[in-house]
Design a protein around this ligand. Structure first.
Ligand SMILES: Cc1ncc(COP(=O)(O)O)c(C=O)c1O
Length: 388
């Protein structure tokens, strides 16, 4: 992997210089929160919501990051430029390193929290073909967070139950996607995604007492409203899932992913349904990228091509480190991508502009093609970008 630039404890450094202290409390006792955003056409999607959620998590677990939201957003955006067209930017903050002998003592927090922001590849290979076939959900025995123990709204790295859920799902199907129940047997979510079902024309999902307030989940609520599809939060059981007309996951990378089987039983007719397709099309229009075609393109071309993009923009990113340190840096022209009302990034005061558009210009994937035509729309020669 390219040695690209990451933000680490206040500086932009080569990724290889990001080193975690073995006494870090995130490493020792999971005293650590995080968030992950993605880009479309080199532009962060709903960064404000991700940063707001991160700061809610920080407040709840009582870690003071020592950074304003605006600085955090700015650093995250700068990191996201490591891939010119698509990438996952993760920000992680731990409470810091314990002094020897005080490893597990949470009452006296270390003086300095530790933070890292880095942008990685999207991992399209895992899910690109699932837009056609649908994912296989597996309802696992391991339960989700009990809100009496740890509120699932906190996006944190104490995730051993999720690890066990992954293992249980793969016992059933190596490609299985775990679905966790709460302590009363209600459906909650997966290990990095929210769960929805569609029954009698209504989209249904668990309330946020038992799940993470997913940014993609919120986007689905907004899109459903725009599309006039009723949507509700309610207690749901595996019965409701097995008998649903459609089911899908939502998460930052794939956005909306159809689920066509659960516990080896077909959902609906066992094919991705019309609601999923409408949501994906509306989301694609929001961000100006054909989400499905883009995932298939990169999955087919492989990591090397994305890595090439990372390498290509690295020189530009290094110069942006100077930009990051310069409060008087001149903003460049605003981005014009994204047109629907529910794309919130254009309103983020932390970054009204999109510096380094030149990075995108350097990055020109060849042989574009799109096999995803359900939208019936025309897309530009770069298959997953919407025509102007
Ligand atoms: C437990 C859990 N649920 C749901 C999600 C989906 O959230 P988002 O849509 O913000 O990616 C995530 C994301 O990592 C998660 O960890």
């Amino acid at each position: 992997m390219a040695d690209y630039v990451a933000y680490f404890n206040g500086d932009f450094v080569p990724f290889s210089q990001v080193k975690i202290d073995p006494m870090d409390r995130g490493f020792l006792v999971g005293d650590c929160v995080f968030d992950v955003a993605r880009t479309f056409n080199g532009k962060s999607f709903r960064m404000r919501e991700h940063v707001d959620r991160l700061y809610r998590s920080l407040k709840y677990v009582r870690i003071d990051p020592g950074l304003t939201r605006t600085s955090w957003s700015g650093s995250a955006r700068r990191s996201s430029r490591a891939t010119s067209t698509c990438g996952r930017t993760s920000g992680t903050i731990s409470s810091g390193s314990s002094s020897p002998g005080a490893a597990a003592a949470g009452r006296t927090r270390p003086a300095r929290p530790r933070s890292a922001i880095c942008t990685r590849q999207m991992g399209f290979v895992r899910y690109a073909n699932l837009y056609d076939t649908g994912a296989h959900g597996v309802v696992v025995r391991t339960r989700s967070f009990n809100p009496d123990a740890l509120d699932p709204k906190v996006k944190n790295f104490s995730r051993m139950n999720f690890n066990l859920a992954e293992l249980e799902a793969s016992d059933v199907d190596p490609e299985g996607w775990p679905i966790l129940l709460d302590s009363r047997g209600n459906l909650t979510e997966g290990v990095g995604y929210n769960l929805f079902l569609v029954a009698d024309g209504v989209i249904k999902t668990a309330g946020d007492r038992s799940v993470l307030q997913g940014v993609s989940r919120g986007t689905v609520f907004d899109l459903a409203k725009e599309l006039g599809i009723p949507i509700s939060e309610e207690d749901l059981q595996p019965y409701d899932l097995y008998t649903a007309d459609e089911a899908f996951f939502t998460s930052t990378s794939p956005c909306v992913l159809p689920v066509t089987r659960v516990d080896r039983r077909p959902i609906g007719d066992g094919k991705p349904g019309p609601t999923v397709q409408r949501l994906l099309q509306a989301w694609s229009e929001t961000v100006g990228v054909d989400i499905v075609a883009q995932a298939k393109y990169y999955a087919r071309e492989g990591d090397a091509r994305v890595e090439q993009g990372v390498l290509t923009v690295e020189a530009g990113l290094r110069s942006s480190v100077r930009l990051a340190a310069d409060p008087d840096a001149r903003p460049l022209a605003p981005s014009t991508s994204g047109s629907r009302a529910c794309s919130s990034d254009t309103t983020d005061p932390a970054s009204p502009s999109r510096p380094l558009d030149r990075a995108s210009a350097l990055w020109s994937p060849s042989s574009p093609s799109s096999s995803w035509t359900s939208s019936g729309r025309s897309w530009s020669s770069r298959a997953w970008r919407r025509s102007a």
